[in-house]
Design a binder for this molecule. Structure first.
Ligand code: CUA
Length: 472
């Protein structure tokens, strides 16, 4: 500060109609800038300032940027007549005590004219002027009204473009209520930000010839506290609502139909312990709560039917059985999909979920149970067909990918390692659940799926063996 442009400052002239401005700057200069030997003179009118400029010849002139009573035009005109270069600063003193220097330069007579033009242009435009309270309130009321209108419109848009599939379960209702509240919050926050921004872009855009600086702001504590506390309170309120809604989705019906759901890479299996039924599709009677007990045989999968909204991970491990309650409300066909990345066929891990009337459900249960109570060999044929066994093993002795099943039981098999054995129940069971353990000579290894241990129940494996026994 001592050497603004390499010269010592000996005389400083401070011009402002506000006596506090001069006193404040004087204190700053003497205490902080270490200019004790500098003479400081304060003036508070244009006339006084101009005469001080003439007779006192200051090295540095500091002009109150916010003071409109000092005519900068007139002042600069007079200033421009001086022979010697002079330093001029346009200074604003903030309430916080900060000093903002808007312009600072060393002027000679010929340069003064340019600055005069700049200052004149600036003083014509109200950009840096504080708008009156009334004008601000007017802007705020307009923006407030626009935000409200925009909030309603954005909400109606979100609520009507079908973001969610049909609401098909009792448990979906509390979740959709939360979604609805979120639509309002999203619509309001979007409007608050975008309407304020667009309004400012249009109403406060730079007008032709306006090239001054904007008003200086340094924080606003009440505003910052407000916009921190309100969202914080809202988020806490949402977590409270969330836990209430979550509890609603878990309300238990003691009459619930139990369905054991097993997931694996990559299949779904559904068992109805009450009826001893195992199925690859999930049948549900409408308006009756189903209690799903979910588990996985390998990695983490996730049970998700979007129309029912609720979702639950299936974890490997016998003591990690998870529960999910679903009361379907609309008859129809849905699809369960896996919602947890679980390997290369994750995207195709889908199975039908069919909601039927109670009477149709009873018919299905009867059919499944009849099929089950029939001859084991007949059941085995059914399972062998539905699990794809017969696409590789013929039943008539013809050559295929795997050994034919005709005459297999009781025959002697030669294995890849040269040893031989008699085909019995034990061998067939091992061959189904661990096909690479004893590969038959002349047939490739690693062709038969290795997950029949998981996809077939013990009973189904026994039935398939019974079926093989009949193929003499
Ligand atoms: Cu199972 Cu993704």
């Amino acid at each position: 500060m001592q050497n603004l442009d390499g010269r010592n400052i000996k005389r400083v002239l401070i011009a402002s109609a506000n006596p506090l401005f001069g006193k404040g700057l004087e204190r700053l200069i003497t205490s902080q800038w270490g200019l004790q030997k500098t003479a400081i003179r304060l003036t508070n009118t244009t006339v006084e300032t101009l005469s001080a400029l003439d007779e006192w010849q200051p090295d540095l002139v500091m002009i109150d940027y916010d003071d409109k009573t000092i005519s900068r035009d007139e002042f600069m005109h007079q200033f421009g007549r001086g022979a010697q270069p002079m330093q001029v600063m346009l200074v604003s003193l903030q309430e916080s005590g900060a000093v903002v220097v808007y312009d600072r330069r060393t002027l000679t007579t010929d340069q003064a004219q340019d600055w005069l033009n700049f200052s004149a242009a600036e003083s014509q435009t109200p950009a840096a002027e504080k708008p009156s309270r009334r004008a601000s309130m007017k802007h705020f009321s307009i923006v407030g009204g626009l935000v409200l209108v925009s909030t309603v419109l954005v909400y109606l848009l979100l609520a009507n473009i079908g973001l969610l599939p049909v609401e098909a379960s009792v448990q979906a209702q509390p979740i959709d209520k939360l979604f609805n509240l979120h639509y309002w919050a999203i619509a309001f926050l979007f409007s608050l930000i975008v309407v304020f921004m667009v309004y400012s872009l249009i109403v406060f855009r730079r007008k032709p010839g306006e090239d001054g600086d904007g008003a200086y702001f340094k924080g606003n504590n009440p505003l910052e506290i407000t916009w921190t506390l309100i969202p914080l309170g809202f988020v806490i309120f949402l977590s409270y609502l969330g836990s209430i809604r979550l509890a609603e989705t878990r309300q238990a019906d003691p009459q619930a139909l139990e369905i054991k759901v097993t997931a694996g890479q990559w299949f779904w299996r559904f068992e109805y312990p009450e009826y001893g039924i195992t199925s690859d599709k999930m049948m549900m009677p409408v308006n009756q709560q189903a209690l799903l007990k979910l588990t996985s045989v390998d990695v983490i999968h996730s049970f998700w039917v979007p129309e029912f909204r609720v979702k639950q991970d299936l974890l490997p491990g016998e003591n990690l059985v998870k529960e999910l309650r679903i009361t379907p409300t609309i008859i129809g066909e849905y699809k369960v999909r896996c919602a947890e990345l679980c390997g290369t066929s994750h995207a195709y891990m889908e199975s039908p979920v069919i909601v039927v009337s109670q009477s149709d459900f009873d018919v299905w249960v009867n059919q499944e149970m009849q099929a089950f109570s029939a001859d084991p060999a007949q059941r085995g044929q059914k399972f062998a067909t539905s699990n794809g066994c017969l696409s590789c093993h013929s039943v008539d002795g013809s050559v295929s990918v795997g050994p034919t099943w005709k005459g297999l039981y009781g025959s002697t098999s030669t294995l890849a390692d040269g040893s031989s054995l008699t085909v019995d129940d034990e061998y067939l069971k091992t061959a189904i659940i661990d096909p690479n353990y004893q590969v038959v000579q002349g047939y490739p290894a690693n062709v038969m799926p290795k997950n029949f241990k998981d996809t077939l129940s013990e009973q189904q494996i026994a039935d398939i063996i019974e079926f093989i026994k009949t193929l003499k």
